[in-house]
Design a protein around this ligand. Structure first.
Ligand SMILES: *Cc1c(COP(=O)(O)O)cnc(C)c1O
Length: 378
């Protein structure tokens, strides 16, 4: 019996242990040291400004909204336009700051539909969160344009987008936005144990975020031990959070980053095989990624007639599939924000499926997954 998981992170064990070993040897596992090394490496890799390593993308999304809310004096119940097709942390971040998530419909890319977004802008709209589902950047440039025209802040939830680049320039996505948030959570495509990062365009925003993610303290311990200043001297002018990343997670992320382009290429190859294998299947509609990008391909998603029966069918063949995501507007906590026309997301909510996507998939596994999927008719 086959047993093919949906995700399985591939860790280069010797390299990871060696990086972690360095932390243990010098006796530094917390903030600083490897976290700073990762920040430097990520900045060099992505060319994005001010990379700041955190314990998660969830923390980063919260910090992003908090920094902009304070900076621009946004009020409670001011609106942020967001996607219902995402992991809940995207939208929880809006609620943490007592602002109002305005769900706007997606299109076949599973990203925000620019036209619908335009219709949902009001005089209380302050920002847009673009979620690049599966690594896709569809409509991002159009949405950037809409944000410019309407003076809105653009935040990218790039939890799936580590390594997604524009083909024309070979530049990493993200410089379009005021702030980009990445995840290096255990089953994302650039995995650590659990961590993330936030890259602000503006230096002052980055500075505020660094204090906020470290309980409001204005300089971190490692920096203080390096400087000549009194080690115990620091200022606290804000109630911050314990959102910083640590050196063990950074050590793991450093190794994943080393192989990110290589690994994403394998993901894109797997996607190509899925696409051609499922091409003539009338019951399955694959989600196509934007042709202007080279996608990280964190996910390979399809639309089927019935999610439950497809998952059961694949599971009877020993294949685990996933659902990314349940439409957030359907969750009880978001019930009172379920106000707009969300026809498309409501239509696909019970039809969307993620096929296995990871580096342990063999050619044989991929063919077997395609064959099994093609035996499904509903
Ligand atoms: C995983 C994920 C997050 C949260 O990432 P963490 O690092 O686990 O906090 C946010 N948004 C999306 C779209 C995600 O998939």
């Amino acid at each position: 019996m086959n047993n093919i998981p949906l995700f399985k992170p591939y860790f280069r064990k010797e390299e990871v242990l060696s990086e972690i070993g360095e932390c243990l040897d010098i006796g530094w596992t917390g903030i600083g040291y490897k976290t700073e090394e990762f920040e430097k490496l990520w900045s060099e890799y992505s060319k994005l400004n001010h990379c700041h390593f955190l314990n998660s993308a969830s923390a980063g999304l919260h910090i992003a909204i908090k920094v902009f809310k304070d900076k621009f004096d946004w009020k409670d119940d001011d609106e942020i336009i967001t996607s219902p097709m995402t992991f809940v942390s995207t939208n929880h971040a809006i609620l943490y700051e007592s602002m109002k998530p305005v769900f706007s419909d997606i299109d076949e890319s599973l990203c925000l539909n620019p036209q619908k977004l335009n219709e949902n802008i009001t005089n209380r709209t302050r920002a847009v969160i673009f979620v690049g589902i599966g690594g896709n950047a569809a409509n991002l440039l159009e949405i950037k344009e809409i944000c410019n025209q309407n003076n809105l802040i653009l935040i990218i939830d790039a939890a799936h987008m580590a390594g997604t680049k524009w083909l024309s320039s070979n530049l990493h996505i993200g410089s379009e936005a005021d702030c980009v948030v990445f995840s290096y959570q255990a089953v994302k495509n650039c995995p650590s144990s659990d961590s993330g990062s936030i890259c602000f365009k503006d230096k002052e925003d980055d500075k505020k975020a660094r204090a906020l993610s470290w309980l409001g303290i204005d300089t971190n311990t490692f920096e203080r031990t390096k400087s000549k200043a009194y080690k115990w001297e620091y200022e606290v002018d804000n109630v911050g959070y314990k959102y910083n990343g640590n050196s063990i997670a950074a050590a793991m992320a450093i190794v994943s980053l080393r192989y990110l382009d290589e690994d994403n290429k394998i993901r894109r190859n797997i996607s190509e095989e899925y696409l051609s294998g499922l091409e003539s299947n009338e019951f399955i509609t694959p989600i196509i990624h934007d042709t202007k990008i080279s996608s990280s391909r964190h996910l390979f998603q399809i639309i089927v007639g019935n999610q439950y029966s497809f998952i059961e069918h694949m599971s009877s063949h020993g294949i685990s599939c996933g659902v990314h995501y349940k439409a957030n507007n359907k969750f009880s906590i978001y019930g009172k924000y379920n106000l707009n026309n969300l026809d498309f997301v409501n239509y696909i909510d019970k039809k969307i499926i993620s096929l296995p996507m990871h580096l342990y998939l063999s050619e044989k596994d991929i063919s077997y997954i395609i064959d099994s999927a093609n035996k499904f008719s509903f």
